[in-house]
Design a protein around this ligand. Structure first.
Ligand SMILES: NC(=O)c1ccc[n+]([C@@H]2O[C@H](COP(=O)([O-])OP(=O)(O)OC[C@H]3O[C@@H](n4cnc5c(N)ncnc54)[C@H](OP(=O)(O)O)[C@@H]3O)[C@@H](O)[C@H]2O)c1
Length: 272
């Protein structure tokens, strides 16, 4: 049983499955298998073009009621009418009767945040989503969002791993009582083979990837590692049976460096 991160009365399983790039039958099979391994948190997005297969895997698991399914509204669809239509379309693709966690995928400066959040609140009140959150929000945007939202925002999903210093945005999430969900939590595979992470892992009988995940979970951050390999599902899920010492945590924190991002922001909508 994995621990959960609590935020405003909503429970988020600490270890979830990321699904970006997973497609077709392999995606459905992997999601179903992950739930069999014990995952109870599956992350998709309109942009991933796999909501259909993610829903198929969740339904095939027979454990729909236990699983938190997250999807994210793409930035070009944040105007209220577009958002409402797109959420209904997401549900039709997922073939589920509700989304557990509905997020704004990336902010879009061309649409007033209050309008987007108003439409999100409407979707929640109509039963399309159980909880709402954001992704890729900066400190300033978190302040604004929490000021204008009519419904609680339970999380900010951000890039987070040992090679990136996110302490400012994490502190802002804590200030607003929001959970942090770490995407790219093993730095797109970069945690594997890192000398420090592997050495610390060896002392615990764990891999560098597991140390990266444990480092985050131990700080109360949820993680959503992705793998396309069934055999790695178990590895990425098994991070609750060991603990890192304060010295190890400090050593890992020292790996953060400028330019540590693995996700390219250059495509995202720009502020004028
Ligand atoms: N909100 C956003 O804007 C946003 C942005 C990016 C990602 N996300 C979400 O976060 C999820 C995770 O992030 P991500 O996919 O960018 O990166 P990630 O989970 O950090 O890394 C995935 C990569 O690591 C490899 N990997 C997985 N487990 C491993 C292990 N135990 N040892 C070594 N390598 C391993 C995978 O290869 P194999 O397939 O070969 O295992 C894959 O190439 C995404 O899938 C998506 O759901 C959200």
């Amino acid at each position: 049983m994995t621990r959960t991160i609590e935020a405003k009365g909503f429970s988020i399983p600490a270890v979830g499955l990321g699904t970006w790039m997973l497609r077709g039958r392999d995606c459905a099979r992997l999601v179903e298998q992950a739930i069999r391994v014990g995952y109870r948190h599956i992350d998709t997005a309109q942009m991933y073009d796999n909501e259909r297969e993610v829903g198929e895997g969740v339904r095939a698991s027979g454990k729909r009621s236990e699983v938190i399914v997250t999807t994210k509204v793409q930035p070009s669809l944040l105007a209220p009418h577009d958002l409402e239509r797109s959420v209904k379309e997401s549900l039709a693709r997922l073939r589920l009767d509700h989304i557990d966690l509905l997020l704004i995928h990336w902010p879009n400066p061309r649409v007033p945040l209050s309008e987007t959040l108003g439409a999100m609140a409407k979707m929640k009140q109509a039963g399309y989503a159980r909880a709402l959150g954001v992704s890729n929000f900066t400190v300033a945007l978190l302040d604004e969002a929490n000021k204008v939202t009519g419904e609680p925002l339970v999380c900010n999903q951000i890039e987070c791993h040992p090679f990136l210093d996110q302490h400012k945005v994490i502190a802002a999430c804590r200030k607003h009582a929001m959970a942090v969900i770490a995407y790219s939590p093993i730095a797109r595979g970069g945690a594997r083979g890192n000398d420090t992470l592997e050495r610390i892992g060896k002392a615990h009988g764990k891999t560098g990837a597991q140390v990266s995940l444990r480092y985050l979970v131990q700080q109360g951050i949820a993680v959503i590692p992705r793998t396309s390999r069934v055999e790695r599902l178990e590895e990425n899920f098994s991070v609750s049976d060991f603990a890192l010492s304060d010295t190890e945590m400090a050593e890992i924190a020292a790996l953060a460096r400028r330019g540590g991002r693995v996700v390219d922001w250059s495509w995202s909508p720009k502020w004028d």
